[in-house]
Design a binder for this molecule. Sequence first.
Ligand SMILES: [Zn+2]
Ligand SMILES: [Zn+2]
Length: 208
Amino acid sequence: MQITQLIVGSMAVCCYIVACPKTKKAAVIDPGGDEEKVLAEITRQGYLLDYIITTHGHPDHVCGNRRLQEATGAKIIMHEADARFFGTREVNNYFSMLGLEPSPPADIEVKEGDKITIGEEVLQVLHTPGHTPGGICLYCPPDLFTGDTLFVGGVGRTDFPGGSHQELLNSINDKLLTLPAETVVWPGHGYGGSRSTIGQEKNSNMFL
Ligand SMILES: [Zn+2]
Ligand SMILES: [Zn+2]
């Protein structure tokens, strides 16, 4: 799988363009701003965008969904629990304070174990609640996209509505730290660094 990491938007989200080198089919994970930069990169590489994948519904990760969908017709994928949670008025009002554009409704809702096929590549959905109820990580060995669940040397905050610190730790321990040590961690923000491995986080992440 070809991976392009772009730092986008006012919250410095790590956005990823992931693509099948053979078919040029691609997906964007978390286009949290700088949509024109993301679109230009897709064009430059000659990719065909099939999906916009949301690791979780926070506005800093979904605010580019509308523009990208309008420009490419790609389908928006979100976990069913976040599609529900971020569809409620109270939650929408709370996050509208940030002034970032909310996502259009998901076209495809996914759950634990689902597979997203991009040309000849496959991303497996790991449901990792805690930062939000429907947070997901995306796994295509050896690569793992962790959203705001796991950072380099850190973990996602859990003081937003729908957060649970215990659930977050359970998700990381049960679903992520059980993956091979050489698994490459691609986080949703580059706070402690822009990439890591599961082995490194197991050994040195003070929050685990
Ligand atoms: Zn978040
Ligand atoms: Zn974030």
